[in-house]
Design a protein around this ligand. Structure first.
Ligand SMILES: Cc1ncc(COP(=O)(O)O)c(C=O)c1O
Length: 412
């Protein structure tokens, strides 16, 4: 007979709070003071944003990098690099943040969605291939929670169809796929530095590439298309918004980038420990990691197994009672059903742009039948408190013990 669950009046596994997340400190402050002392707060005239771009690119072995104001902006920069015509399609994943989707639509392209795999929660390469049409302009892989997508088959499919691959690494800084960093396997990598991400400057983003044409276009796209090296009468070379990162954000992003490897090493060690601790727990299973890959645990995703004697919501409630926070279902529904205007294809005034563009494939719609397997993945998904870089081994062991207690206790 196992211990009484806290939800049934038993003793919770954890009553102490977890260590708080002091993500920034004196290193960030020092860089910020430089900016204030210099008075140069715009990237043109300052040094921090450029240094951030260079150091982030160096870590990734990338030739080109474009800092911007958010992960959403970083993906919009990627769209500016690929430059789809209105009505062309970008195949992406239905389990993501709206920040992956908005830039596609603002660029006049149409997102189409590949199913997610029940075990990795990432896009299923076979379904990516099935979703390719004569309108497809690119594939955008999303490394969910820090777990790398299966990039070999994705790249094989993309190359066979001559399509560029964008990687949305917003949740996956320094995740590795068979010895390669995510963001460097496809043609373009996009990262978010929003507050909750592995490194942060409050809000920020960066896009990397080794393709010169993409690199040049991205640099211009981020800055209204204005080639600043060319003085004289204004000549804009690319049509784009202003996504310039400012020097204050750049200062923090630079200091954070210098800590990135350490942060990831600690976070990965703690995440891998939790993965080990729960490996034989009945009725729940950690997000599957493909052989030879390294996770970075932005979230610790788990699946409530088919036939389990409890639901995802029951598991999450019982775990919370044990003193361990736990989410259920992540975004709840595939992203295209999370927004009425997107589901109804009424994004710009009362038009149906871009869905009714003459170049668009007729009949694209978003409903329950678009990715039914993905809805099942979300229905079974739980997110116990993710081990952070700030936690001790004992903290992680408490999370593991609580997961085991709940999965065994609810199973009786
Ligand atoms: C997978 C993914 N893509 C894109 C974004 C957008 O990033 P941001 O919030 O920095 O715009 C996020 C943010 O949560 C994300 O998780």
């Amino acid at each position: 007979m196992s211990e009484t669950l806290a939800i049934n009046g038993g003793q919770p596994v954890r009553t102490r709070p977890f260590p708080s997340e002091g993500k920034v400190g004196k290193e960030e402050l020092k860089e910020l003071v430089d900016v204030i002392d210099s008075g140069a707060m715009n990237r043109w005239g300052g040094t921090k944003v450029v240094a951030f771009e260079e150091e982030f690119a160096d870590i990734h072995g990338a030739e080109w990098s474009v800092a911007s104001t958010s992960g959403t902006a970083a993906i919009h920069v990627a769209m500016g690099m690929v430059n789809p015509a209105p009505g062309q399609e970008i195949i992406t994943g239905p389990i993501t943040d709206m920040g992956s989707i908005v830039p596609i639509l603002y660029q006049g392209a149409i997102p189409t969605f590949a199913e997610c795999d029940a075990e990795t929660f990432n896009m299923d390469p076979a379904d990516i291939e099935a979703k390719i049409t004569e309108k497809t302009a690119a594939i955008m892989a999303i490394h969910l929670f820090g777990n790398p997508c299966d990039m070999d088959p994705i790249m094989e499919i993309a190359r066979a169809h001559n399509l560029p691959v964008i990687e949305d690494c917003s949740q996956a800084h320094l995740s590795e796929y068979k010895g390669r960093l995510v963001g460097t396997i496809g043609d373009i990598g996009c990262f978010s530095l929003q507050q909750s991400k592995h490194i942060t400057c409050g809000d920020g983003g960066i896009t990397i590439t080794n393709d010169e044409e993409f690199g040049l276009r991205g640099k211009l796209f981020m800055d209204k298309g204005w080639h600043r090296a060319l003085y004289g009468p204004r000549k804009y070379e690319v049509f784009g918004p202003n996504y310039r990162m400012n020097e204050l954000s750049g200062a923090v992003a630079l200091a954070q980038t210098r800590k990135l490897r350490d942060i990831i090493a600690r976070r990965r060690a703690n995440g891998d420990l939790l993965r080990e601790l729960v490996a034989d727990v009945p009725n729940v299973r950690a997000q599957k990691l493909i052989e030879g890959c390294k996770h970075t645990y932005w979230q610790f995703g788990m699946r409530v197994e088919e036939g389990a004697p409890f639901t995802a919501d029951e598991f999450a409630e019982a775990l919370k009672a044990e003193g361990i926070s736990c989410g259920a279902h992540y975004i709840g529904r595939p992203i295209f059903l999370c927004h009425d205007a997107l589901r109804n294809q009424r994004l710009f005034g009362n038009s149906h742009h871009p869905f009714d563009h003459p170049n668009a494939r007729p009949g694209i719609k978003y409903d329950d039948d678009t990715t039914p397997r993905t809805q099942e993945v979300l229905d079974r998904l739980v997110q116990p408190h993710c081990p952070t870089q700030f936690m001790s081994e004992e903290d992680v062991r408490d999370i593991g013990a609580a997961i085991r207690k709940v999965a065994e206790g609810l199973g009786q």
